[in-house]
Design a binder for this molecule. Structure first.
Ligand code: SAH
Length: 474
């Protein structure tokens, strides 16, 4: 190990910076975040440093001092309380000289972009203070470090900072309650993996604090389940949200239906119980009441239940009904939006749902047949300059196209049907209101499919980008 990672308390301590350009500015911002007292020596200062100086003085909390002029050894010696020196000029030799002086005075020394002459180097930081991740390659692979940082940034919920502070404020009380280290660890693990953490991530700090206090009071019988109504998106697992993935990986029980793709389901925590509640032809479907009741029962047993749905739970997903029952039983729940089929299929088919020249509005319509009929407000649907998106419309496709033409849409209005959108098996069939049904029926398309009607469909020719080699010929 070339460098030992340490977290440095710089509060009220002096850091000396030599150099006044953009690079110095970046370091100054960092050490300022850590509440250091900063002295900068430079011939010139970039405007942001000057502005920073003015601002700090106005505040009366002057943590910044700018000294104009060339660096001299005696300046460094003149600040014996300095704990760290940062050499950030664009003169490599001068930087190294500064570093030598600093080291001779037993001060920590950082030379920007010159780890060989530094005794300390700045890591890449993921900051959810008080939680921090510092990443370094010792100067060997800065681009790799940046990539890693991006990954960690996406892994750590923004609310992690709040959770960390909350835990900090309970630390002493928890310590007093559990003298045994193993018990304490078990307690905190439950806190960080369960509803308390989720409440903090959801910015419900009062609730999180109250749950934590309750948990501390009745550790033995504490067990509240929670239900997460999660949108699993249209199929491609890369379209899941971070939150959806996190909750799926914490779940004890997952109830899912037919629209949830296998790839998405594979991301559920391996030892979670998976319960299929969808409909399959010939089977007796699980009724909605039954699903609602199951959610309640599992949660009351203390489970973390994920109700995983295709697309977005609040778009033709009966999500509202499911959480209504939960609310009636006082069971805590959260709703995680997902990418709805209209967004996913349109994007992956190269059909913008709105477009300045073609459509200023878009409608999402339930296009299923009820007793062989479709009861829709057709005159509204044939208004110009709008895009129509029909969910559940495969069986009724002929009716949809026919009715739209009968109510005044041109038979040459472009129309598309997207089968298994966003998945590797996606197929896009393009035609117009007159031709689409034949194109689709002769290809034998199967659910799930989405129908898009409107002039935006004509852009598909130019904008298609996904799965081109396997694209169906319309
Ligand atoms: N809550 C879901 C919709 C449920 S209704 C969402 O927001 O997407 C079910 C209908 O969604 C299907 O009949 C079909 O029209 C559409 N659908 C869902 N996933 C689809 C996909 N991958 N490709 C095409 N259509 C899809």
């Amino acid at each position: 190990m070339d460098f030992l990672p340490l977290f440095h308390n710089l509060k009220g301590r002096r850091v000396l910076v030599v150099g006044g350009g953009e690079i110095a500015l970046r370091k100054v911002r960092l050490v300022q975040e850590a509440s250091a007292y900063i002295t900068i020596i430079a011939k010139d200062f970039c405007p942001d440093l000057i502005a920073m100086d003015a601002k700090d003085t106005a505040d009366g909390c002057n943590g910044l001092e700018l000294i104009t002029g060339a660096y001299e050894h005696k300046q460094l010696l003149g600040y014996p309380d300095t704990v760290m020196v940062i050499a950030a000029t664009n003169d490599r030799d001068l930087n190294r000289l500064v570093s030598e002086h600093a080291q001779a005075a037993n001060m920590l020394s950082n030379v920007v972009d010159d780890p060989g002459f530094s005794t300390v180097i700045f890591p890449s930081i993921v900051d959810r203070s008080p939680i921090q991740i510092a990443i370094s390659s010792g100067g060997d692979a800065p681009v790799l470090v940046r990539l890693l940082r991006t990954r960690f940034e996406s892994l750590l919920p923004a609310g992690m900072a709040k959770l960390g502070s909350l835990a900090g404020s309970f630390r002493e009380r928890v310590k007093a309650k559990f003298s045994n280290g193993a018990d304490r660890k078990a307690f905190w693990e439950e806190v960080f993996n369960g509803p308390i953490a989720e409440q903090a991530y959801a910015n419900n700090l009062d609730k999180a604090e109250q749950l934590l206090a309750d948990k501390l009071e009745n550790t033995s019988e504490f067990k509240t389940g929670e239900v997460y109504l999660v949108g699993g998106g249209p199929g491609d697992p890369d379209l899941l949200t971070f939150k959806a993935l996190r909750l799926m990986q914490q779940a004890d029980i997952v109830l899912y239906d037919r629209l949830v793709s296998k790839e998405v389901l594979n991301l559920v925590r391996r030892d979670a119980t998976r319960i299929y509640v969808g409909k399959t032809a010939g089977d007796h479907p699980v009724t909605q009441d039954n699903i609602n009741q199951k959610l309640v029962d599992y949660a009351l047993e203390g489970n973390r239940v994920v109700r995983l749905k295709g697309g977005d739970p609040f778009i033709f997903g009966r999500g509202g009904e499911e959480i209504e029952t939960l609310a009636e039983h006082g069971i805590p729940f959260q709703v995680v939006p997902g990418i709805t089929a209209a967004s996913g299929c349109a994007s992956y088919a190269g059909i913008p749902l709105t477009h300045r020249d073609h459509a200023q509005s878009v409608r999402f319509i339930a296009g299923h047949l009820r007793s062989g009929k479709m009861d829709l407000n057709w005159p509204e649907l044939v208004q110009p300059n709008q895009t129509l998106v029909f969910y559940m419309g495969l069986n009724g496709m002929e009716t949809i196209c026919q009715q739209l033409m009968e109510h005044g849409l041109d038979s040459e209005t472009p129309a598309a049907l997207i089968e298994k959108g966003t998945s590797a098996r996606q197929q896009v069939f393009v035609g117009d209101l007159q031709s689409l049904p034949n194109i689709v029926r002769s290809a034998g398309a199967k659910a799930p499919t989405l129908i898009i009607v409107g002039h935006v469909v004509s852009l598909q020719d130019k904008l298609a980008w996904f799965n081109l080699s396997e694209k169906a010929q319309g």
